[in-house]
Design a protein around this ligand. Structure first.
Ligand code: CMC
Length: 434
């Protein structure tokens, strides 16, 4: 990847009377950055930014977020245009390659994916090692890492062809793994992929078909699934993507890096929020209980938070939530569902958006607020929600990992620290310690 940043100014930092000049760099969109990469070498100090609230970790040409205005672009295209007009595989091509495909390129890419949907039969034996009640994310973390055992060529992440094959395999096999995990937890036989179906329809079939009966795809549900995948495909340098980049920066192969991303995604502050959100809506149970939960969310002494609200970057409506809300209405309309959970969600959103605490802190519904409701209506158990997020995010992780590897300035990621432990002291033999 060729750098596209331009130096547009100089920042001056004065430390004990000495002035250090730091380049100010501009990208295509978004705030400028102060380049501190040479600061330690020239000034002998580090910068400190726990949680990376003011720190860019890389140059990237994949995804742009304007949190203040609620904008999300993939390779320049707004997310609502992609979700409205495109399909998940087309967006995958865009994320990986930088441009929307021509028909010929798309056909070839979709072919590559469908030819890799099967998993090695030995992989199926992995699942038997898990308890049936294992969390699906525990199984997914293990299964993705285990894939590498079947493709030794992928160990060389410096080979672009091997890397590409690993990305194709990961994107192709994720639905198969996710569906097998679901089937394993409910004790049903695995359903193999059917490659003449779309990516999303094939996934729904592998999850919900029963080998003893014919299965008919519901096109509205398949389109909704596809949209959910698009809305989760990439999201700039979030925790799991940064984990993938950091893991891959050591030269670890794509399966290892993506397995690290899956593990990072699991947490309730990140990909686990959709599961936590639906559990919360169920716990609230009835519209009459909402004021009490809103009160608790505002109480500093209560650790309770409104799941599905707030975002590190979006200080406006999450643009993915807008599409997700519309999709939820479509799916629930199609299925003729009007559950207490949906009523609680609608009312909670209304109350929170009018509440001073949420207005002041700019806490808006995020993508996870409505995604859980759709997935629940489709028949997925809550424990599977984060697995579906991981499935969709795999392409983003691959695109970001590849961009990092192709960046000629790439080095192993190695943050520093400010040490506040004991200063140097001499060892005391155990017999002399009090
Ligand atoms: N409910 C109540 N108060 C909240 C919430 C919430 N959901 N989110 C943030 N706040 C408050 C928080 O208490 C803090 O208040 P104060 O300044 O008085 O201490 C203030 O808002 C800022 O919060 P923060 O934790 O410093 O913000 P952050 O950027 O570190 O955290 C977040 C972002 C997403 C982890 C957080 O908003 C949260 O925990 N939300 C609920 C979990 C959730 O829905 N996560 C999904 C994120 S979207 C999917 C993804 O990208 O993975």
């Amino acid at each position: 990847m060729e750098t596209k940043t331009k130096q547009t100014g100089i920042a001056k930092l004065e430390i004990d009377g000495t002035v250090f000049e730091l380049p100010i760099l501009s990208g295509t969109e978004g705030p400028d950055v102060v380049d501190v990469s040479k600061l330690y070498a020239t000034a002998g100090v580090f910068t400190l930014d726990p949680g990376f609230t003011s720190t860019g970790s890389c140059e990237s040409q994949i995804t742009f977020i304007n949190g203040e205005e609620g904008i999300l672009l993939h390779r320049g295209y707004p997310i609502d245009q992609l979700a409205g007009n495109s399909g998940f595989l087309e967006v995958s091509y865009l994320l990986l390659n930088g441009e929307l495909p021509t028909q010929t390129k798309f056909t070839s890419f979709a072919n590559d994916i469908t030819q890799h949907t099967l998993i090695h039969t030995q992989m199926d034996r992995f699942f038997d090692g898990f308890r049936r009640d294992s969390h699906p994310m525990a199984m997914l973390t293990g299964a993705v890492g285990a894939l590498s055992a079947f493709y030794p060529g992928a160990m060389d992440s410096s080979d672009p062809d091997e890397r590409y094959l690993a990305y194709i395999r990961l994107i192709a096999k994720m639905p198969t793994l996710a569906a097998r995990i679901y089937k394993y937890t409910i004790g049903q036989p695995f359903v193999d992929p059917q490659n003449d179906l779309s990516y999303a329809a094939n996934f729904l079939r592998m999850c919900f078909a029963i080998t003893a009966e014919p299965y008919k795809t519901n096109p509205i549900l398949a389109r909704a699934m596809d949209k959910i995948f698009i809305l989760h495909a990439d999201h700039e340098q979030n925790a799991s993507t940064s984990t993938v980049r950091l893991a891959g920066s050591s030269g670890a192969h794509p399966y290892a890096a993506v397995a690290a991303g899956v593990a990072s995604l699991w947490g309730p502050s990140h990909g686990g929020a959709n599961e936590a959100c639906l559990n919360m809506l169920r716990q609230i149970g009835d519209v009459s209980e909402i004021p009490e939960y809103v009160r608790r969310a505002k109480d500093k002494n209560d650790p309770f938070r409104l799941m599905g609200f707030g975002h590190r970057v979006y200080k406006n409506y999450d643009p993915r939530a807008t599409v997700m809300q519309k999709t939820a209405e479509e799916v629930l309309g199609e299925l003729g569902i009007d559950t207490p959970v949906l009523r609680v969600a609608r009312e909670l959103e209304k109350i929170a958006l009018e509440d001073d605490y949420f207005i002041e802190k700019k806490l808006y519904p995020n993508v996870d607020f409505y995604s859980g409701i759709i997935l629940d209506a489709m028949g997925f158990p809550t424990e599977m929600f984060t697995v579906l997020f991981a499935l969709a995010r795999t392409v983003g992780w691959c695109a970001q990992l590849n961009e990092m590897i192709e960046d000629p300035t790439q080095r192993i990621g190695r943050p520093r620290q400010i040490y506040t432990g004991p200063a140097t002291r001499d060892f005391i033999p155990i017999s002399e310690r009090s």
